[in-house]
Design a protein around this ligand. Structure first.
Ligand code: ADP
Ligand code: ZN
Ligand code: ZN
Length: 738
């Protein structure tokens, strides 16, 4: 081995050759590899490069030498880096964040870096892109496919591939339509600047409590440095207006801000509010962006010209040039936890990013996560409170309806008291919200004759009837089928019955009992795009709706001043699950739903339907005693050693073959290390024993905080050999216990 000059350089105690660089490829299966910088190429950690691998040319990022162990590849065998790409190198803080996420969530650097370089913008030189849009011209003779595509693409714009996907036709159909003159090209410049928000455009006058909270955040932004705030204000207290002051301060300093929101549906009203406050819409980042928009935003974030980015959790990994503040709005939301790919919690990663890059992070919520409150209690985070609603608005009055005493009719779900309250609102021209966290018409369909239940062929779950679109759907894998005419088991027709209510069924009930009321169902099935959400908001604001029937989607962030009544159809539903956060989640959901009532001048009223009015969660909600609930729940977690006092990690082992999954899980169980303060439960079939056609076994690790769970699990799983067809996933700090 060895080419003599380099070897002698080591022997003489000189510096090792500095043209060796370690590159993390974006391909998960391949670990970091060493390359050599060709003469004349200057590049260091964070630079995005193209490197050769076999006959291929792949993107990667030069990484810090000290992160991975040594590699024994001799300097003379190193292949050269091919190209240094024209994008700003990833900063030191972001690289530390990538290291931390890979370590903490037991994943690869490549998987995390793919979220950082989430757009081909990183790999292409700036310039222009051609999109297409309709001209208004209709070719005389149209094939049915072309006609359907024209219909579907009214008002749309995008790349050929995107238009084809949206219309559900092949690229060739779109190309044919372009040739025929039905679509015209539009040139988009990827580097055209985004509009700049104006810090003082529409600044409101804050009340005293808002001012105190705003000052603390503004000061932190001005001085820089890491700090975490829990902005805890009741629903309607004006948290958004308050943290906008901190956003404004960052804008004044010429720095960047990231606002994370839990659902895209929320962005419609939020964007309008942002524009009223800062004069322009912010840049946005979510999975529905067209690829040209993605590229433009990615580049503007990377070169620092996008001052404020509002995004879904994936925005957290973008390579901001000079980030000075992250706001996590509705920070208690479990949708900040990603459940596939890299299983990270955006709230926690946001805090780490602030720490590594040295800026404040704000977690805003009316119902903070128990973990966040605990951090305030022990002094790690700073608590900021806004205890009352803004202006004249008062908190709504909350009452329980005992369903055992005040029972709805058979096959009905709205108790007489709630029905009467709804009726009064309709008469007075006020609006109401009925909350039930179940999509579709009925959660279960069965045959009255033989008892057959419709189960998903791919998952351990029932098929849910969606009557609006006439089909049964699995909410876990998306499998759908038309509602069958007859029972597949006994062949009888007309014997299928829907069991239990979903929002669609409640809507039916309202339509029957209050035929004059105008209703709308609001779930992820009906509000699946920012446009649909915006349409929903404007219908409610224009008073074209009397009663909204919705899932947890409508309990977040919406501000409808004319809404004065909230009815919780089944408060017991969430408490039945029995997982770690069942009580906390139910409390948060009902408090958030209740928080939609009485936000304007008219007082709000909330009815909670339950069979168990004495349950601590219900009792605390009725008494308006949040602290009582949190204190009791904290005690319970403490005595169980549950988060935040202890920690969990789930190991999920799956295979298309049931035996293979069981054997692999046994092997993992058998190799479990004995560690003080750590307990391993299982293996056992996961609660969702089959998902998307794969059999799933689960082990649950429960450990004291002092145990280095990640290191232990990494070594443990590394010691077990798995067949290629077995998948092993680790969920650190799991939210879903399915
Ligand atoms: P939260 O997010 O805490 O539930 P919002 O931020 O939605 O509350 O505020 C509730 C309503 O009060 C909104 O319409 C908001 O614009 C208004 N509001 C809050 N603070 C102010 C203020 N200082 N000046 C004017 N309007 C305000
Ligand atoms: Zn049957
Ligand atoms: Zn399924």
């Amino acid at each position: 081995m060895g080419d003599v000059p380099h070897l002698s350089a080591y022997i003489d105690g000189m510096n090792p050759p500095t043209n060796r660089v370690r590159v993390v490829l974006l391909t998960q299966a391949i670990g970091p590899l060493d390359y050599r910088l060709p003469a004349g190429m200057e590049a260091g950690p964070g630079c995005v490069v193209m490197v050769p691998l076999g006959p291929r040319k792949l993107p990667g990022v030069i990484w810090d030498d000290d992160v991975f162990g040594d590699q024994a590849v001799d300097a003379s065998k190193l292949r050269p880096v091919l190209e240094l790409l024209d994008c700003p190198p990833l900063g030191h803080g972001l690289r530390r964040l990538v290291n931390w996420v890979a370590d903490y969530y037991l994943t690869s650097h490549a998987a995390v870096l793919r979220m950082v370089l989430a757009s081909s913008a990183a790999f292409t030189v700036s310039g222009t892109i051609i999109e297409y849009r309709r001209t208004g011209f209709e070719p005389a003779r149209l094939t049915p496919q072309r006609a359907a595509a024209l219909d579907a693409l009214e008002g749309a714009q995008g790349l050929v591939r995107e238009l084809a996907a949206e219309a559900g036709v092949s690229d060739a159909v779109i190309r044919g339509l372009i040739k025929a003159g039905a679509f015209e090209p539009v040139t988009i410049s990827v580097d055209s600047p985004l509009p700049e928000p104006l810090a003082d455009f529409g600044a409101p006058k804050l009340n005293d409590a808002q001012m105190v909270a705003a000052d603390a955040m503004v000061t932190a932004v001005r001085s820089g440095g890491f700090d975490t705030f829990v902005l805890d204000g009741v629903t309607g207290s004006g948290k958004t207006e308050t943290y906008f002051e901190a956003v404004a301060e960052a804008i004044r300093l010429g720095k960047q801000v990231l606002v994370l929101l839990p659902e895209i549906a929320l962005t419609a009203p939020f964007l309008a509010r942002f524009e009223a406050r800062f004069g322009v819409e912010p840049a946005v980042w979510h999975s529905n962006l067209r690829s040209t928009q993605r590229r433009r935003v990615w580049r503007a974030v990377a070169d620092g010209s996008a001052k404020v980015l509002v995004g879904a959790r994936s925005a957290l990994f973008l390579p901001f040039a000079n980030l000075r503040l992250i706001i996590v709005d509705e920070a208690h939301e479990s949708s900040f936890k990603q459940e596939d790919g890299v299983r990270y919690h955006a709230r926690d990663v946001a805090v780490m990013r602030g720490r590594f890059e040295g800026f404040p992070v704000v977690l805003a919520s009316a119902t903070p996560a128990l973990e966040s409150r605990h951090m305030v209690t022990i002094g790690r985070y700073k608590g900021l409170e806004i205890p009352s609603r803004f202006g004249a608005a008062k908190m709504p009055e909350i009452k329980a309806i005992d369903l055992t005493l005040d029972a709805p009719e058979r096959q009905h779900w709205i108790a007489p008291t709630l029905l009467k309250a709804l009726e009064e609102r309709v008469e007075r021209g006020e609006q109401s919200l009925l909350f039930l966290n179940r999509r579709g018409f009925a959660p279960l369909t069965l045959c009255r004759t033989c008892g057959h239940r419709f189960q998903c062929p791919n998952c351990t779950s029932w098929m849910v009837e969606h009557r609006l679109v006439r089909r049964l759907a699995c909410h876990h894998c998306g499998h759908v089928m038309p509602p069958p005419e007859e029972c597949p088991e006994c062949g009888e027709s007309d014997t299928l019955v829907a069991c239990g209510p979903g929002v669609e069924r409640i809507c039916d009930e309202v339509n029957r009992l209050l035929p004059d009321a105008r209703t709308i169902v609001a779930t992820s099935d009906t509000l699946w795009s920012p446009e649909k959400a915006a349409e929903f908001v404007s219908r409610v604001e224009n008073k074209a709706v009397d009663i909204i029937i919705g899932t947890q989607l409508v309990t977040k962030g919406y501000h409808f001043p004319e809404l004065t009544l909230v009815g919780v159809i089944d408060a017991d539903l969430g408490l039945e699950g029995g997982d770690l956060r069942a009580a906390e989640r139910t409390f948060q959901q009902i408090a958030q739903a209740a928080g939609r009532a009485g936000r304007g001048e008219k007082p709000g009223e909330v009815f909670i339907q339950t069979r168990n009015p004495n349950h601590p969660v219900i009792a605390a909600l009725v008494a308006g005693d949040r602290d009582a609930f949190y204190d009791a729940e904290t005690e319970q977690r403490k005595s169980a050693g549950a988060p935040p006092f202890g920690r969990f990690a789930a190991i999920i082992i799956s295979s298309e073959d049931e035996r293979e999954a069981i054997e692999a899980a046994r092997a993992v169980g058998g190799a479990a290390p004995q560690v003080d303060g750590m307990y391993v439960y299982g293996p056992a079939p996961a609660p969702l024993a089959m998902l998307r056609g794969r059999y799933r076994q689960r082990l649950l690790v429960h450990a004291q905080r002092s145990v280095e769970v990640q290191t232990i699990i990494r070594e443990w799983l590394g010691s077990v050999h798995f067949p290629r067809s077995v998948r092993v996933g680790v969920d650190v700090d799991p939210y879903s216990f399915l």
